[in-house]
Design a protein around this ligand. Structure first.
Ligand SMILES: [Zn+2]
Length: 86
């Protein structure tokens, strides 16, 4: 049995993170550990919006304002694998 349940906010957080890093000049360590830490921190601040059918994804996520605020807060926590040893 294949189960495909996804959180619509995951893709929105990744898009918002990429956009914010490009446009606003924040610098974070770009290694997968640190990028994943930012994404996880942002997702943990929001209510998940699960979906099973890809065509529902566009309408199932949190509002973009909430996504961007969560991503900015996660960036400001500035996770760094070198400093924190994770
Ligand atoms: Zn890193």
């Amino acid at each position: 049995m294949e189960v495909t349940v996804k959180d619509a906010n995951y893709e929105r957080v990744v898009i918002a993170l990429d956009s914010i890093l490009r446009k606003q000049g924040y610098e974070i360590c770009a290694c997968p550990q640190c990028v994943n830490a930012v994404v996880a921190t942002a997702l943990n601040c929001m209510t998940p919006h699960y979906y099973t059918d890809p065509k529902w994804n566009d309408c199932a996520g949190s509002p973009w304002e909430i996504i961007e605020t969560a991503v900015l807060d996660a960036i400001r926590e500035n996770p760094c694998h070198r400093r924190e040893g994770f």
